[in-house]
Design a protein around this ligand. Structure first.
Ligand code: 2BA
Length: 107
């Protein structure tokens, strides 16, 4: 068994969750915050059998877009007042970790 931890953009979370539910894949949805942009994102905990991992990754890939997000002023603080500096950053599609599950029990 594997635990898929997927950090997705809030804008994509609804579609990803609907797609997982449609495939009868159980998951937990958590409201989280990115450490860099300090903006809300969504973390999904998806415990699945090994043979379902690729299906889960495929659904996440299909429904998560890469997009430019504005950097909040605090992240931009300290840059020179003149000249070019970055005001947007490329985020996503999704950041995914696949970890082995040593033991799974429902009590
Ligand atoms: P944030 O930490 O808010 O990062 C948002 C985006 O900002 C990142 O997109 C990346 O493009 C950029 N970024 C992050 N740290 C940076 C830095 N030190 N310098 C310059 N740019 C930086 P993604 O890589 O797609 O990450 C989206 C969200 O996924 C992250 O939101 C964070 O919540 C999570 N994440 C990404 N990598 C992670 C990791 N290794 N461990 C845990 N969470 C991670």
């Amino acid at each position: 068994m594997k635990m898929v931890t997927a950090i997705v953009n809030k804008k994509d979370a609804g579609e990803v969750c609907d797609a997982l539910a449609e495939e009868k894949i159980t998951f937990t949805k958590m409201a989280t915050t990115g450490g860099f942009l300090k903006a809300g994102n969504v973390t999904l905990l998806i415990g699945v059998e090994d043979e379902q991992v690729e299906k889960v990754l495929e659904l996440i890939r299909k429904h998560c877009a890469r997009r430019m997000e504005p950097m909040p002023a605090v992240v931009n603080a300290g840059v020179p007042a003149f000249g070019y500096y970055k005001t947007e950053v490329l985020v996503g599609g999704a950041t995914v970790f696949v970890s082995p599950v040593e033991r799974f029990e429902k009590m």
